[in-house]
Design a protein around this ligand. Structure first.
Ligand SMILES: O=C(O)CCC(=O)C(=O)O
Ligand SMILES: [Fe+2]
Length: 344
């Protein structure tokens, strides 16, 4: 098995050999000199009660407003107990705190996305993201590659399985709520999304970084998913969203799940719900973790604007796409927005 030839960020830090050039962003364009970690205002997004979304039209309007402007909401009353979310955070921290040799047992191969490792390297001139990750397909169960599922820390596998099952319920409710908030039949997104949809969970670790002004945790991107469920670090900020050309930081709201629209809901909603560009900045003193789950339509599904959202007044904006995530990665590392390729 071929192992990646680059070190993880944690290994770079442990080696104590200074910051490799490959992580440094050269100043460019109009923001010349603007440090990546410059202070930015907080975004104004609502916390929405998931349990009310099927009954309250006020909650649905709030959802509509948030998703059509920011493309992001904080979801509360999602049915996953706080103690359980704490367990996920704790196990994530414990995994990344294991010795390198232990984590390397789950190292991804160079051209496989699943497993433990550094940022995917797709070209020689790519500036690297200051992030280590453990990326696992968690659903459907027969697509799990268990050789990448850590045996340590104890309870990791069982807990990730349980988290997957709990998220499934949230995902279904959220799809229905989005449909209702657009006055559509509640299953219309779910029907297109398909029964063989998958979930990929990515555990992220951003070690403390000596040059947060020049190094980025995750480059600006929009997610290629239908939507993404995110548990951002409970103590350390870093996630930022772009709106009208300006960056805003995501607030930390305990016990909520942050859900952001991905490109495939932008396509299905004919552009009404926005797949927001976001990034993660680094921190000089503190490491940061997060856990992201990408909800991805089955590979056989044709994703396109749903009929009820196309009219003379609102012509169809996107082509029909299939296996969008493959297309996504080609564009991503070139710094282009893959959804541009789907525009009519
Ligand atoms: O770490 C975060 O808060 C967000 C990570 C992210 O945007 C992603 O994994 O797509
Ligand atoms: Fe993302």
């Amino acid at each position: 098995m071929e192992k990646p030839k680059f070190k993880t960020v944690q290994e770079v830090v442990a080696a104590g050999e200074g910051l490799p050039e490959r992580y440094l962003h050269a100043p460019k364009g109009d923001n010349e000199g603007e440090p990546l970690n410059a202070s930015v205002p907080e975004m104004d997004i609502p916390a929405i009660d998931l349990s009310l979304l099927l009954s309250s039209s006020e909650a649905l309007s709030k959802l509509h407003l948030a998703l059509s402007t920011w493309g992001v909401v904080q979801v509360m009353n999602h049915g996953i107990e706080e103690a359980f979310l704490d367990k996920i955070y704790k196990l994530t921290k414990q995994f990344f705190a294991l010795p390198t040799e232990e984590k390397q047992k789950y190292a991804r191969e160079i051209d496989n996305i699943q497993g433990y490792g550094n940022d995917m390297i797709l070209s020689d001139d790519q500036v690297l993201d200051w992030i280590d990750r453990l990326y696992l397909t968690t659903y459907p169960e027969d697509q799990r590659q268990l050789q990448f599922w850590p045996q340590l820390p104890t309870g990791f596998r069982e807990t990730l399985h349980e988290y997957t099952m709990k998220q499934l319920l949230v995902i279904e409710q959220f799809f229905k709520a989005m449909a209702r908030s657009l006055d559509l039949e509640e299953n219309c997104f779910l029907d297109m999304y398909g029964e063989n949809a998958s979930m990929d969970t990515r555990l992220n670790m951003y070690p403390a970084c000596p040059r947060p002004d020049k190094v980025i945790g995750v480059k600006p991107h929009a997610d290629g998913s239908a939507f993404t469920l995110l548990l951002p670090d409970k103590d350390v900020e870093g996630l930022q969203f772009l709106k009208d050309g300006k960056w805003y930081k995501a607030p930390i709201v305990p016990d909520t799940i942050l859900i952001n629209v991905g490109d495939q809901i932008e396509i299905m909603s004919n552009g009404i719900y926005k797949s927001p560009v976001h990034r993660v900045v680094t921190n000089r003193e503190k490491e940061r973790i997060s856990v992201a789950t990408f909800c991805v339509p089955g590979p056989d599904r044709e994703i396109q604007p749903v009929e009820g959202l196309v009219s003379e007044a609102r012509p169809r904006l996107y082509k029909t796409v299939k296996k969008y995530v493959g297309l996504y990665f080609e564009y991503y590392q070139q710094g282009r927005r893959p959804i541009e390729a789907a525009l009519i």
